[in-house]
Design a protein around this ligand. Structure first.
Ligand code: NAD
Length: 557
């Protein structure tokens, strides 16, 4: 049976520099990225091997971690290591162009795919929760969520405001782990952002890390600052200490209608995630323990007020959307019949990007040298000079994003551009313009790699929300195309029973051989996303497939 997860814990940090500890750069990359996921700068709870997202782990136990490291150190260039839910299971002879590691995490047969059964098996030491990039060794810290939020607000700007949020007022709440990215990301698009947050320590953290510009406890003061910023068309974010269920209805009473309203309180969890009105943090904590039912009833009543205010703002012309925290459902179940008039953010803003093969593409400098990422930032600007949103992101990311662990960069690139950029990265390595190979990967939240009816595949045009064949085909295609490691997971993002998804990572080591693999993988991996959305009937995907030469037999290709 399983030992305590922290048995054997010790600080971990990926090796830096250009000296190999393994027999090749692909094995070395897997080793460094596994270790980087557990770097104290990167992981939420490294002693328990937890990287992020609840209990998303990089390895099942410290014993398993040590065995993975030992195996990677001796793995030959024609061998493949199999990892079964965070434990190294076997090594097989394959061939030089095959992945060096294949990973399956948290997968359960459908009928048994419940949290209860998962936890029972986890206790027996038989499985591990891999989340998305935790168990597949390509998490890069909070830069990922900042960029995803930046893309969402960029899509809002493009769809409703002529491409910019300058002069616009954005109202949101919740400045926690994920939600804390909202003020920075919206201000990057030039918006004046009001972020309502009930916990002063959360506000202090956002101010400290410069994710938020100013703080106040006065709504009047916040509104005055924001009006100035709107008039000058400069980005500004203001954290207001308060309860969203008080502040949003107050804005409605004053007749203040923001241009955009959304929310990232943890409304998916009525006991721990959402603070009811009229309680201090301490009183809320006491009530939560003493009378959990009463707490949840009061939290739900507050959500009702909160969502009613969002709906009124929407009726008065605000662009409103649900930001993946389930606040609509809570309000709807408590009697707000029109809560679902507020659209979800994926169908509304992210899916059109998926249709072009766009998704959270990222790369990491294995050297550990920030100068290498600086060089790749320039490469982005050289290669895509016409993309203003990308240019703005790279420029601001250089100023505002502190690296965590190995230096990394993320940006959303689409079909064609991912392959072009990957080849250019390989050329940089070949020419010695960076000091070691670059590893290229992505989140499992991507165009062709995930089936998740409450998030990535909510409200698909053809009703194929729960069809998981595409995610499996994605993993198989990445193996066939020659990724360096490929993973298939269950339960990431929205929990056990709710999602199936695949990941891929590939190393640009400057060689001709990797050049061929990079071209295949970075064409085919987003390509299956375009195909998946074309199959579902999305015009943008059908056009992208035609333009990029993706063959679709049922469409005459
Ligand atoms: P978190 O728990 O770290 O932060 C939530 C914050 O909301 C806390 O700081 C809390 O003090 C504050 N809060 C709670 N009730 C409040 C109220 N009534 N008024 C004002 N502030 C209040 O959570 P997180 O990691 O930031 O995630 C936020 C939500 O977004 C979660 O529901 C999460 O599931 C969801 N989420 C969405 C995406 C996405 O892709 N859009 C991704 C991950 C998570």
């Amino acid at each position: 049976s399983a030992a305590s997860p922290s048995a054997g814990a010790r600080p971990v940090r990926a090796p830096r520099g250009s000296t190999l500890r393994c027999r090749g750069w692909e094995q070395e990359a897997a080793l460094r990225m596994l270790m980087n996921n557990l770097d104290a700068e990167v992981a939420e709870r490294p002693d328990d091997l937890v990287v992020y997202g609840g209990t998303g782990r990089a390895a099942r136990s410290w014993e398993a971690f040590d065995a993975i490291v030992r195996t990677l150190e001796t793995l030959a260039d024609d061998e493949t290591l199999l990892v079964q839910s965070g434990k190294p299971a076997a090594v097989f002879r394959t061939h030089a162009d095959a992945p060096r590691v294949l990973i399956a995490n948290s997968n359960l047969v459908g009928r048994w795919a419940t949290w209860d059964e998962f936890r029972r098996l986890e206790k027996l030491g038989l499985t591990m929760y891999g989340q998305m990039t935790a168990g597949s060794w390509i998490y890069i810290g909070s830069q990922g969520i900042v960029q995803g939020t930046y893309e969402t607000f960029g899509a809002v700007a493009a769809k409703h405001f002529g491409g910019t949020l300058e002069g616009r007022l954005v109202v949101t709440a919740g400045l926690g782990g994920m939600g804390g990215a909202q003020p920075l990301a919206a201000a990057m698009h030039g918006a004046a952002v009001l972020g309502v947050e009930i916990d002063p320590t959360r506000i202090a953290k956002r101010i400290e890390t410069r994710y938020c510009d100013r703080e106040t406890t006065s709504l009047d003061e916040a509104l005055a600052w924001l009006r100035d910023a709107q008039a000058q068309r400069v980005g500004l974010s203001v954290a207001l200490l308060g309860n969203a269920a008080d502040v949003l209805p107050e804005l409605v009473r004053r007749g203040i209608t923001p241009d955009v309203v959304t929310d990232q309180t943890s409304a998916h969890d009525m006991l721990v995630g959402y603070l009811p009105q009229g309680l201090s943090l301490a009183d809320a904590a006491a009530l939560r323990t003493a009378q959990p039912q009463e707490y949840m009833a009061r939290a739900t009543a507050s959500v009702v007020e909160h969502v009613r205010a969002m709906r009124t703002m929407q009726d008065r012309g605000a662009i409103a959307f649900d930001y993946g925290n389930n606040i609509r459902t809570v309000a709807f179940d408590a009697g707000v019949d029109d809560a679902f008039r507020i659209p979800g953010f994926v169908p509304e803003y992210i899916r059109p990007l998926f249709c072009e093969g766009k998704g959270p593409f990222r790369w990491v400098a294995l050297s550990g040298d920030p100068a290498d990422i600086a060089r790749t930032d320039e490469l982005v600007l050289e290669l895509f000079p016409e993309d203003q949103q990308l240019k703005r992101w790279i420029t601001l990311a250089r100023e505002r994003i502190a690296f965590q662990g190995l230096p990394a960069r993320i940006c959303w690139l689409g079909q064609g551009d991912r392959a072009r950029f990957a080849l250019a990265l390989n050329d940089l390595v070949a020419r010695g313009e960076v000091s070691a190979p670059i590893v290229i990967g992505r989140d499992h939240l991507d165009t062709g790699s995930v089936a998740s009816p409450f998030r990535e595949t909510e409200a698909m045009k053809d009703g194929s929300d729960a069809i998981a064949d595409w995610a499996i085909l994605n993993a198989l295609l990445n193996v066939a195309s020659g990724s360096s490691w490929v993973s298939f997971h269950h339960g990431g993002g929205v929990g056990i029973g709710n999602s199936l998804h695949a990941g891929q990572v590939i190393v640009a080591d400057g060689s001709e051989r990797m050049r061929r693999r990079l071209e295949r993988v970075l064409t085919n991996d987003p390509g299956i996303g375009v195909a998946r959305h074309a199959d579902a009937g999305y015009d943008i995907a059908i056009e992208t497939a035609a333009r990029e030469g993706i063959k679709l037999p049922m469409r005459g290709g």
